[in-house]
Ligand binder design. Structure first.
Ligand code: FAD
Length: 380
């Protein structure tokens, strides 16, 4: 923030207001240049000529499995990223972590670091753990993936087959699979956009978990600690689906689950369950007030899979009818609807830059149109 302010053009100021915005409403009639009112609780609304929504990731989605207690209340921890979320867990409590991805690894290590002695069990559908980054001093191999790789392949399975083949060939001549996965990064949006809606669905359902664990790797030191804890039995890993959480808060929980490929219901006992399923991918079920209100007002449009927001090439949000909402833009992980990979900081940084460039050039075009309207030429 301080750097942005220091580098700002003369007359440009940056003000930070601490508030939660629960609605953005078009100002009718427009107040001067102000097209929007940003509503916050118990305080006057903020007027704005243009708005950029950049509200980051949402909490993990609530598991569909029935529970006899409420997520977020005591023993069922809904937000593992909240400050102090794990502080109330008794050291000897048995804990089930839903999911075995990066959040689950972080939570498990945080508990171990705070001296946890109770049983830790990860439960996830496929039991996949993040792959480790390699320990290396050299930069990853560049240009291993041709720019036109898989051009025209519209099916998720055929794309996956082509990637596997390239990985095999690359490894045969001494490269690492990570060089291929890293090399796919710049062309991932194109590959995603090439897929049909059914192809995207197939990708998310069948390939997504493998993509995530290979694309979003764990730091070698983190991976090694988790691996050792799994090998020694300090952390258990169950591969299957959560069916139900039974029991009353404070009196122990019984977690019903079904192992992958089996039909019998099994039970785990625990005092605490932590939802480590990662940022929610389901905007239709999102309970964030701002998203709910924008959806209700028809000011945003979800993609066909309901996992992100649709925007124009200059990042204007599209409304429910597919028209631009002039002056209301979005940048953030919900761009994954159009780009798939839009959650990591390097990608988001590029999107933020493109948004600002589009915004400034839009203003320049509007100014030029105004000069032309009045028949004016720049002086001199
Ligand atoms: C556990 C975890 C680990 C990650 N690790 C990595 C990593 O190692 N490397 C990497 O590249 N990426 C990582 N990511 C992804 C990356 O951190 C995020 O996708 C990225 O920070 C999002 O940036 P953002 O600016 O869009 O949102 P954020 O940085 O999340 O900022 C959003 C801001 O909007 C505010 N906000 C939200 N709603 C409202 C509202 N209604 N009113 C007012 N303010 C609001 C929030 O308070 C916050 O200040 C990780 C994500 C998670 C969840």
């Amino acid at each position: 923030m301080a750097v942005a302010q220091a580098q700002a053009a003369p007359g440009v100021t940056l003000e930070t207001i601490r508030a939660e915005i629960h609605d953005v409403e078009p100002a009718r009639p427009m107040v001067g240049e102000h097209r929007f009112l940003l509503h916050r609780s118990a305080q006057p609304s903020i007027e704005a000529a243009e708005v950029i929504l950049a509200m980051g990731n949402f909490l993990p989605g609530k598991p569909a499995a029935p529970t006899s207690a409420d997520w977020g209340a005591g023993d069922l921890i809904a937000d593992p990223w909240a400050s102090g979320a794990l502080a109330g867990i008794e050291a000897d409590a048995d804990v089930v972590l839903l999911g075995s991805g990066l959040t689950s690894c972080d939570v498990a290590l945080q508990l171990l670091d705070q001296g946890h002695t109770g049983k830790l069990t990860m439960l996830s559908r496929r039991g996949l753990l993040p792959q480790p980054h390699r320990v290396q001093e050299l930069a990853p191999a560049a240009s291993l993936v041709p720019g036109d790789f898989m051009k025209g392949l519209t099916g998720a399975r055929e794309q996956m087959r082509a990637v596997r083949k390239l990985v095999r060939v690359a490894m045969d001549i001494g490269y690492d699979w990570r060089d291929v996965v890293g090399g796919l990064r710049p062309i991932t949006p194109r590959l995603w956009q090439q897929l049909t809606t059914e192809g995207r669905r197939q990708f998310v359902r069948h390939i997504g978990p493998y993509w995530d664990t290979h694309r979003h790797c764990a730091a070698p030191a983190i991976f090694s600690r988790i691996d050792q804890a799994l090998q020694s039995g300090r952390i258990g890993l169950r591969c299957g689906r959560l069916l139900e959480v039974a029991g009353a808060a404070g009196q122990g929980l019984r977690i019903a689950w079904r192992a992958r490929g089996q039909s019998a219901r099994q039970w785990l006992a625990a005092q605490v369950v932590v939802n480590c399923t990662g940022p929610s991918n389901d905007l239709k079920a999102c309970e964030d007030p701002l998203i709910c209100n924008l959806r209700r007002a028809g000011m945003v449009r979800l993609d066909a899979m309901g996992m992100g927001l649709e925007v124009s090439s200059d990042y204007h949000l599209l409304d429910a009818g597919g028209d631009l909402v002039h002056g209301l833009r979005y940048v953030g992980p919900l761009l994954k609807a159009q780009h798939w990979e839009a959650t990591a900081v390097p990608e988001l940084r590029l999107h933020a830059k493109s948004l600002v460039t589009a915004m400034l050039s839009g203003r320049a075009v509007a100014r030029q149109a105004e000069y032309e309207h009045w028949g004016l030429q720049p002086a001199g």
